[in-house]
Each structure stands twice: as C-alpha cells, then as structure tokens.
Ligand binder design. Structure first.
Ligand code: AMP
Length: 293
C-alpha cells in the first residue's frame, strides 16, 4: 500500500497503476474507520483492480460551532485496516494541500443541500460537494463508493456527477449497524454509556415505521407517528419521509421509493440515520445497481 500526502504524488502513483488499464475504485472518508467504511472498501476491492482511500477531515463542511477540532482521529489504526483490506493507495492530504491560500471556488448543490441536514447545518453540503468534486478530480476514479447512512449526501453526489458530467459511477452501499441496530458512525465514539442507550431510539423509531410499512401502511403521517412513539429521549432535529430523488417530503401515500430520515442530538453528539421505504419490491432500489460480488 502506498501512502501519499500530495496531489502530485497521488497523480504519479495513479498514472503508473492506470497504465495497465486498471479500474480504479475510490472510497472518500474522514477517517476513524469502522466496519461501515470497511464494507465500502470491500465493495471497491471486489469490483476494481485498485482501491484508493482518502482520509481527510474536510474543514469546509464543518460549521463554526461544530466538532472539526475534536473530530476523532486514529491514523495508525486506519492505516492498518486499509492495509489489511488490500487498499492500493491511502491518500492523506493536509488541509493546505486541498485548500491552498487563495482558494475561492465552491460547488453549490442548490435546493438539495438545503433540506434535511442542510437546514440544520448551513453550508455543510456546499463543503461536501466541493471536496468530493475536488477529490474526484484528483483521483479520477472509475467507481466511487458511498454509504446509504448519509443518504442526502449520496443524492447530492449523484446529482453533482450528472450536472457536472463527471466521468465516475457512484455506488451506494447499505448502512452497516451494530447488532442492536445503531448505525455505525465515527461520532458514536463520543457517546457516554447513557447516551449510547438513548441513541438506539433513532434506529428503533425507523424500524418501527419500516415494519408498519411492510405491513401495508402507506400514509406518511401514520408512519411518522409510529416512529415518534419509539424515539425516546433525544433532542430531535427532524424526522421526515422524503422522496429519494428530490428529497422533498412525501405528503401523500407512498408510491415511489422513499426514505424515512432522522437527525437528533444525543448528549452532545449529533446523529443521523435512515431506512428506505420501497413500495414495490421489484422497483429499482436505491442501492439496486449493487450486484452481488
Ligand atoms: P465519513 O468518514 O463519516 O465521512 O464516511 C465516509 C463514507 O462512509 C461515507 O460514504 C459514509 O456514508 C460511509 N459510512 C459511514 N458510516 C457508514 C455505515 N454505518 N454504513 C455504511 N457506510 C457508512
């Protein structure tokens, strides 16, 4: 595994790898890797000849009162995991490499970036869109892998790829959870034991709505009411059922693939989660183009 810190080194290494016509897979992360990241990396190594993983805690996607400086980091462990999973290139740029002095060009995701998390984290998706577009230009991958856990992010990235004609295919992989249902997240490391218990309210609420949905309930307000019953003691930011293409709230019976999405602060930690609600099991799923490897 090559560890590179500059864009010029990255380009030189990738040029050599590509000379043999290799397919390059890319998994962008903010590090403190867990099984959710590992699942994306495994998808990539199974489908591509070489996998590039980036670890970059992107300052432009954090608000002024958010956790940029205390975001959990463990590069040694991340490096060992990437090595074990067969990653070819680990890209570890410094902020000054990604945002040199005078940097002023941003990718603005528009309305999609203003709903759900965007309403609570102004500018967040502008930062995400900008860094992902930049990383795509640096790595020039054939395939890039993202987790359904960050559903809004995947919708925005697919739109950027389409709107900016970026030559990359996006693969979205299902959310990896703890055995009790909690979605894996680097931020779970912040949770005190009491908050770890409370955090389960998010997945419990989503699963309760999912069960009702599977039993035939199609009215969004009924599904949301069911979910609310199970949320418990969390500081709710939003609980919404949205269309997975537009991210607009669904206010009629669900007929197209939708998602129930939640964000809440538990203790001092902001957590998000979502579950897909697909009315017809035969209709294309959000993650459908993921063929078995
Ligand atoms: P992050 O390091 O949190 O920016 O996440 C990097 C990538 O891993 C993103 O595409 C996330 O959606 C994905 N990811 C994070 N948590 C999970 C999870 N529990 N299951 C699947 N993918 C995840």
């Amino acid at each position: 595994m090559r560890i590179v810190r500059t864009i010029s080194e990255l380009r030189a290494v990738l040029k050599a790898l590509r000379e043999h016509g290799s397919r390059i897979g890319f998994v962008p992360t903010m590090g403190f890797l867990h099984e959710g990241h590992a699942a994306l990396i495994r998808q990539s190594t199974a489908r591509c000849d070489h996998t590039v993983v980036s670890v970059f805690v992107n300052p432009t996607q954090f608000g002024p009162t958010e956790d940029l400086s205390r975001y959990p980091r463990d590069l040694e462990r991340d490096q060992a995991l990437c090595l074990k999973l067969g990653v070819s290139v680990l890209f570890l740029p410094e902020p000054s490499e990604v945002y040199p002095t005078g940097f002023c060009t941003f990718v603005e995701p528009g309305q999609l970036g203003e709903q759900l998390c965007g309403a609570h984290r102004p500018g967040h998706f502008r930062g995400v869109a900008t860094v992902v577009a930049k990383l795509f230009n640096m790595v020039q991958p054939d395939l890039a892998f993202f987790g359904q856990k960050d559903l809004q992010q995947t919708v925005i990235i697919r739109r950027i790829v389409r709107d900016l004609n970026l030559p990359v295919d996006i693969v979205v992989a299902p959310t990896v959870r703890e055995s009790d249902g909690l979605a894996l997240s680097s931020r779970n490391a912040y949770l005190e034991p009491i908050d770890r218990k409370r955090a389960l309210g998010l997945s419990r609420a989503l699963f309760a709505a999912e069960t009702e949905f599977q039993n035939g309930e199609r009215r969004p307000e009924r599904l949301l009411a069911k979910a609310r019953e199970h949320l418990g003691e969390v500081d709710l930011q939003y609980l919404e059922i949205v269309d997975t293409q537009t991210l607009e709230p669904v206010d009629r019976d669900i007929v197209r693939i939708s998602a129930i999405c939640v964000a809440a602060v538990v203790g001092k930690t902001r957590l998000i989660d979502n579950v897909l609600l697909a009315p017809d099991p035969d209709t294309a799923q959000f993650t459908s183009h993921l063929e078995p490897v």
